[in-house]
Design a protein around this ligand. Structure first.
Ligand code: NAP
Length: 258
């Protein structure tokens, strides 16, 4: 594996399993690699057996100012890429395309007051990067992070999210964050149990957060399960929220995960 104009060869520096099928990993970062929080990288894993490389898009979970890159992944049963990826260990190589991609970035929005980030599963990753961007905390009065997972054990990064108020750098802003856990397949104290789409329609999500969705104030990002993204988008568009387009800032930005 050698670096080219198109990609750099990086090293896995840390692997963190969350459950049997969920894990995070860090890689070294090329000094020239630039991205906007919310964007994704394209990663390549080369098979030791036949030398073939498989490429996939992965949202970046780490901050734009971090020296490393961090990613959050699920093992897709029978998936060519994630089954290779899940076998990687510290010291192994991974290819990272030099270009970063995607439009799930806050610079797509007209000015707003409340930033809503709705994630299912590993769709949390881009919001972790966005939450480590000081501009996000400075620009918005309220940040709402909704993390929907099937089981409590899948509430990855819960401690990090709960810990912003203890962080040397973020504590002064941390009162702005409202963190809503949704665990759909088992009862968990303090977590909502219904799908985010139903909670949106019923108004329970807004009640739980204590903030109403509002065209002037709310900017909404959706990331994760493609059906959740599509259904939530429809619900919100019917309520008059507009998708951000190139050169036409709106209220909504979305990213499908597979
Ligand atoms: P998931 O099925 O996406 O569920 C995560 C959360 O989203 C759950 O709380 C789930 O609720 C909720 N949800 C699912 N569909 C929804 C919808 N239409 N509207 C509202 N909420 C919805 O689970 P996951 O563990 O993140 O991913 C599941 C599987 O998807 C993986 O095992 C993998 O096979 C595949 N996947 C593939 C890729 C890829 O890159 N190919 C990436 C990620 C995941 P419920 O419990 O009610 O379903």
């Amino acid at each position: 594996m050698t670096a080219t104009d198109k990609y750099s060869a990086e090293t896995i520096t840390q692997v963190r399993p969350w459950t049997e099928s969920l894990f995070s990993f860090r890689t070294t970062r090329d000094r020239g690699y630039r991205f906007v929080p919310g964007q994704f990288a394209r990663l390549g894993v080369t098979s030791a057996a036949d030398g073939s490389t498989v490429w996939r898009a992965y949202s970046i979970a780490s901050a734009a100012h971090d020296e490393h890159l961090e990613f959050f992944s699920v093992v897709v049963p029978g998936g060519a890429f994630t089954s290779r990826l899940s076998q990687l260990r510290e010291g192994d190589r991974i290819l990272v395309e030099r270009k970063s991609y995607g439009f799930l970035t806050t610079d797509r929005f007209a000015a707003g007051k409340d930033l809503w980030m709705l994630a299912t599963g590993t769709g949390l990753a881009p919001f972790l990067s966005i939450l480590h961007d000081f501009e996000t905390w400075e620009r918005y009065e309220n940040l709402v992070l909704v993390q929907s997972v099937r089981t409590q054990s899948e509430l990855a990064y819960e401690d990090l999210i709960d810990g912003f108020d203890k962080s040397e750098y973020y504590a002064e802003f941390a009162h702005k964050l409202r963190y809503v856990r949704i665990v759909t397949r088992e009862p968990v104290p303090g977590a909502l149990r219904d799908r985010v789409t139903r909670l949106l329609v019923s108004g329970v999500l807004e009640e739980n957060v204590g903030i109403r969705l509002d065209h002037d104030r709310s900017r909404i990002m959706l990331c994760g399960n493609p059906e959740m993204v599509e259904d939530s988008r429809q619900i919100l568009v019917e309520r008059g929220y507009r998708l951000s387009r190139r050169g036409e800032p709106g209220h909504l930005a979305v990213e499908n995960y597979w």
